[in-house]
Design a protein. Structure first.
Length: 179
């Protein structure tokens, strides 16, 4: 009989620490895509608040309560990160196995992201709670500032190896520059 083992997207390749920056894989438990039907946004947002403590975020924003985060994911769309969501009045799809969730933290996190992302992610322009669908290297993903020197990066699971390589290279360059 075959003995199957669960593997995370990074499969033990993370965390890595280079200089003052750390890249780790997060395990949210569940990631649910939610898209309210026409005219249902307010009701869906209220239902999410009642069940998970966070409603639908405004464009370019995220909301968090405990381990659950509601992340803007495009016009009329959100990802509920950290919880299974099934509000009435919305199209819903389980996205848990489609994404890798990366946590980039430390004093060099902003400089690392500046090497990989074409969006101005400096704290003055991209405050805690802001989110963007953007390129990360050559990969399409989502970047959310979760703290002064911390980012949640969501990328397609199939790109995990490439992401680790790209982040490690950027982390080495930032560490060498900071000396």
């Amino acid at each position: 009989m075959v003995d199957l083992h669960t593997q995370t997207a990074a499969n033990g390749a993370l965390p890595i620490e280079i200089g003052a920056t750390r890249l780790a894989e997060l395990q949210p438990g569940a990631i649910t895509w939610v898209a309210p039907f026409n005219g249902q946004s307010a009701a869906v947002s209220e239902a999410l608040k009642q069940t998970h403590g966070v409603g639908l975020p405004a464009a370019g924003a995220s909301l968090a309560k405990g381990d659950v985060r509601s992340i803007w994911f495009g016009p009329g769309q959100a990802l509920i990160w950290g919880a299974v969501a099934a509000p009435a009045g919305a199209a819903v799809a389980d996205q848990t196995d489609g994404w890798v969730s990366l946590d980039l933290s430390g004093a060099g996190a902003g400089d690392v992201m500046a090497r990989l992302c074409p969006v101005d992610l400096r704290a003055g322009s991209f405050a805690t709670g802001r989110t963007a669908r953007t390129l990360v290297g050559h990969m399409t993903g989502s970047v959310t500032r979760t703290g002064q020197d911390r980012f949640l990066i969501l990328l397609f699971r199939s790109m995990t190896g490439t992401a680790i390589h790209d982040f490690a290279r950027a982390m080495r360059h930032v560490a060498a520059r900071r000396g």
